[in-house]
Design a protein around this ligand. Structure first.
Ligand code: HEC
Length: 232
């Protein structure tokens, strides 16, 4: 039995050209999918060095490897060391600001970071008193860092340690020369109580690849496969 028994030569030709068109489309799609798009992603990743997203080399489906870190118990903080700014706290705040905030808020906190350009609402300009939603007092900024601002790209930073969040709050205030307002004594007392009363426990952290290996092993142990010889 041959194909020619069923199809006339013209029909065969039509079929072949249709197949060619389909193959052509697949080739073009593959070219875009595997070459052009990853190329563009790579370019975007390497040229704009001011935006440092937390991700792996190629960006996509590529889990970032974090170093393994042991569990840590951080004792309660002496409020005296964080309630008012001191040079050490401000220096720490600036380092954290450069790492976590400057992409959106700009190197000097003027709300002009590269990643903040297309955002609506725009990142706050810390040099100006106008427009703050939670407010500019130390307890207000701490609240912003604790909870984020709903409906905006200002997310919660409550995964940072309390002392680091206070360092950031002071660093933010230091970027504006205006009067940040008088703190509410009750809010300050609450913050002091929060710092002095409870320490923090940071659990063990392991690299993503190690986590995947452990998960696979535990799954295999919980769902043993019959050995090939017993299948028969
Ligand atoms: C992804 C971009 C982005 C990053 C990163 C970011 N912010 Fe924001 N932030 C915003 C936006 C947008 C707003 C304005 C929100 C609004 O108006 O609703 C904002 C507002 C604020 C405000 C003003 C809150 C108020 O009362 O109006 C503070 C303070 C602030 N951010 C601090 C920080 C700090 C500190 C960091 C780093 C730990 C940080 N932000 C990181 C986007 C960002």
């Amino acid at each position: 039995m041959k194909l020619n028994d069923y199809l006339s030569p013209e029909e065969l030709k039509r079929l072949a050209s249709a197949l060619l068109v389909v193959l052509g489309f697949i080739a073009i799609a593959a070219f875009f999918g595997f070459t052009v798009v990853p190329g563009l992603r790579y370019q975007a990743h390497t040229t704009d060095s001011s935006v440092q997203a937390v991700q792996g080399e190629t960006g996509w489906l590529d889990p970032t490897e974090y170093p393994a870190l042991p569990r840590e118990v951080i004792p309660p903080i002496d409020p005296k060391t964080v309630m008012t700014p001191n040079p050490e706290l401000l220096a720490r705040g600036k380092v954290l600001f450069d790492q976590n905030c400057a992409t959106c808020h700009g190197a000097e906190g003027k709300g002009d970071g590269a990643a903040g350009k297309g955002l609506n609402p725009r990142p706050r300009n810390f040099a100006e008193k106008a427009g703050w939603k939670n407010g500019t007092r130390i307890e207000d900024i701490y609240k912003t860092l604790d909870e984020g601002i709903k409906g905006s790209s200002m997310v919660s930073y409550n995964y940072l340690r309390k002392k680091d969040r206070m360092a950031l709050a002071h660093a933010v205030q230091a970027m504006g020369a205006f009067d940040h307002g008088t703190s509410d004594p009750k809010a300050l007392a609450n913050l002091e109580k929060l710092f002095a009363s409870a320490g923090e426990v940071i659990p063990n952290r392991i690299p993503v690849s190690r986590a995947v290996t452990v998960l696979c092993r535990e799954y295999a142990e919980a769902h043993p496969q019959p050995a090939p010889s017993t299948i028969r």
